[in-house]
Write a protein that binds this ligand. Structure first.
Ligand code: ADP
Length: 220
């Protein structure tokens, strides 16, 4: 199962991403977490990105795309599934991430969109600020992150709808309720993914069978 998540800040990407990862036993790749980890460790990359995070701006595309490529390569080695949380965040990232995934044979099966209104998102982020002290969970920076989401991230949703992989879930309810609905939707999709891979296996098997019998490949 390969899932990417598109959601405004505060919708629950982190919580639901972790749930999906645990349920399907696949890696949870969260670009925000990876970046904050670099900041906490004060690596060169962390020092380069800290100001963007503090201002609620997007870090340069190439930085997150390089991280994502590395993480998808690791996910491929770990069995082939993933939950991507935090990327893509603009159309350029969406195209580039798709190219990377296609090159690695790891394109997403599902684009999971979480919907919630601004008042609820702001309420949740301010509540989290009281607990976690994230540098970007202040009223002003929250407003900036939301505005950026509507301006550059939300437009990507139509692209996934056109590709036929969009699943959109109402995230206004409690985390367990939203989680149950997400897992039910993904479980409903899972058999069709298994069938697709079964078909691939079948055509591979037939090809090698043809070779074994000295077929010239003209039957396809
Ligand atoms: P949220 O969705 O609540 O804003 P994240 O943890 O996903 O939280 O992201 C936090 C910050 O990390 C973003 O505001 C941005 O500065 C940076 N970031 C994360 N992912 C990306 C990305 N794909 N492209 C650019 N910047 C990113």
């Amino acid at each position: 199962m390969r899932v990417l998540m598109i959601a405004p800040p505060g919708a629950g990407k982190g919580t639901q991403g972790a749930l999906i990862a645990a349920h399907f036993n696949i890696p949870h790749i969260a670009t925000g977490d990876l970046l904050r980890d670099h900041v906490a460790r004060q690596t060169a990359l962390g020092q380069a990105v800290q100001a963007y995070l503090d201002r609620g701006e997007l870090v340069p595309d190439q930085i997150v795309l390089d991280m994502t490529r590395e993480a998808i390569i690791a996910a491929k080695a770990a069995g082939g599934g993933y939950v991507l949380d935090g990327i893509p965040r603009n159309m350029e990232q969406a195209r580039a991430a798709y190219e990377i995934a296609r090159e690695l044979g790891m394109t997403a099966d599902v684009a999971l969109h979480l919907r919630a209104d601004d008042a609820e998102l702001t309420r949740r982020l301010l509540a989290r600020a009281a607990l976690e002290h994230r540098s970007d969970d202040t009223a002003e920076i929250i407003a900036q992150r939301l505005a950026l989401y509507y301006e550059v991230t939300a437009p990507i949703i139509a692209w996934y709808r056109d590709r036929g992989i969009l699943v959109s879930v109402d995230a206004m309810r409690s985390a367990p309720e939203v989680g149950r609905e997400i897992l039910a939707a993904l479980e409903a999709i899972r058999p069709s993914l298994d069938h697709a891979s079964a078909r691939e296996r079948l055509s591979l098997d037939l090809a090698s069978l043809g070779e074994a019998f000295g077929a010239t490949g003209s039957s396809g």
